[in-house]
Design a protein around this ligand. Structure first.
Ligand SMILES: *Cc1c(COP(=O)(O)O)cnc(C)c1O
Length: 374
């Protein structure tokens, strides 16, 4: 028997959601095109694989997974507090940054009343979670050079704005605003509004020519209206473990903990995170690979006539030379076993994003790309 009004069982915010379309996997490309060697440069994962110390600890921990994790993940929180030299009470860990973005909205925003402000385009999680949570989304288009439109963002803020999201370095451009610009912006915001600075890629940013950092968190600057999102998915090579954290004012952190699923960070993720923080040699190496690979790809792509945007992240945004279409190039690269990210879903159909690989992978890509280009 069919239901007369099947959708009435589902909230309106949910019926209009489109299914998440994941990128192509290595296995799919292997079987579809018969490529032996597939190189994925699409999802900003770490090119070096998993730290050996992390693998060892996960294996050791396998015999403990019959137990629940310790409530509040205190060992991990303590290690993070030491890393950043901050009070433990300001930290909440989550099942990837994704969980924390969702928590922030559910904790701060009144449904069908409050709004959040972010850039366009931006990380999909901000917009999708806002929709699910029944929170109005207001977006300011990025400036033409992909810098952050602080004036336009501020113009969207009103007494019902609870959260403003900025990503620095930004995804997909790699752009990084100066500390001062972010601080100046934060100081103008009304008191009910929290500025969320998503620093998922901050570890890869180079200090500017004056030796100044780009991270407020790393600079030890505290404001009671700023939160910082960090993840273990990129520089710590743990994307599949799902582990992220947020640093925010103590009072808010307390409420996030109350609203969080009690065991969202599982035993293996916690152990992996601790080991990743310990393995400084691997971490430094992963930063080095990105910094040198970024130069290598930038130079190589420019030599092939591409327009390349300067990046502070572990990826590069670029436009192929005139006369080449991104969708066609994408298919041609897939046939050769290279998965890149065409930026159509960001409304940037003329652009690619490529994740920095190892020196060898970058070289192979550049050689293949040269052959494909007209
Ligand atoms: C990759 C990424 C994250 C990390 O998300 P996780 O859920 O921690 O894997 C967060 N923000 C942005 C902008 C990203 O690109």
């Amino acid at each position: 028997m069919s239901l007369k009004h099947p959708t009435s069982r589902v909230r309106e915010q949910i019926t209009s959601l489109k299914p998440y379309v994941p990128g192509l996997s290595i296995e799919e490309i292997r079987s579809r095109y018969g490529c032996e060697n597939v190189i994925k440069m699409a999802s900003n994962e770490c090119a070096l694989g998993v730290s050996p110390l992390v693998q060892e600890r996960i294996a050791k921990m396998a015999s403990s997974v019959f137990r629940y994790p310790q409530g509040g993940n205190p060992r991990l929180v303590k290690a993070l507090a030491e890393k950043h030299n901050i009070n433990e009470k300001r930290i909440v860990v989550g099942n990837g940054s994704d969980e924390l973005i969702d928590l922030l909205m559910r904790v701060s925003c009144n449904i069908l009343q409050d709004n959040i402000v972010c850039c366009k385009p931006c990380f999909g999680m901000y917009t999708v979670q806002a929709k699910i949570c029944g929170v109005q989304l207001r977006q300011a288009p990025l400036n033409e050079d992909f810098s952050i439109p602080f004036v336009e963002l501020f113009a969207l803020v009103d007494e019902h704005t609870k959260l403003v999201f900025i990503t620095t370095p930004d995804n997909p451009s790699g752009y990084c605003p100066s500390l001062q610009d972010v601080l100046d912006f934060s100081e103008k915001l009304p008191s009910q509004c929290l500025l969320v600075v998503d620093e998922a890629y901050m570890d890869f940013a180079m200090d500017n020519e004056y030796g100044t950092k780009y991270s407020l968190l790393d600079s030890g600057i505290y404001r009671d209206n700023i939160a910082f999102l960090r993840t273990f998915s990129k520089s710590y090579a743990l994307a599949g473990m799902r582990l992220g954290y947020i640093v925010l004012p103590e009072e808010l952190a307390d409420y996030l903990w109350r609203a969080r699923m009690p065991f969202s960070v599982n035993i293996l993720a916690e152990e992996a995170g601790l080991a990743a923080l310990e393995d400084i040699v691997f971490y430094e190496k992963s930063l080095q690979v990105v910094r040198t690979g970024r130069e290598q790809l930038t130079k190589g792509l420019k030599k092939l006539g591409c327009k390349v945007w300067p990046s502070h992240a572990n990826f590069i945004m670029f436009a192929p030379p005139k006369g080449n279409d991104v969708a066609t190039l994408f298919e041609a690269l897939l046939k050769k076993g290279f998965i890149l990210r065409p930026l159509k879903s960001y409304d940037l159909a003329h652009l690619f994003r490529i994740t920095v690989g190892t020196e060898h992978e970058n070289n192979n890509f550049l050689q293949t790309f040269e052959k494909i280009l007209k």
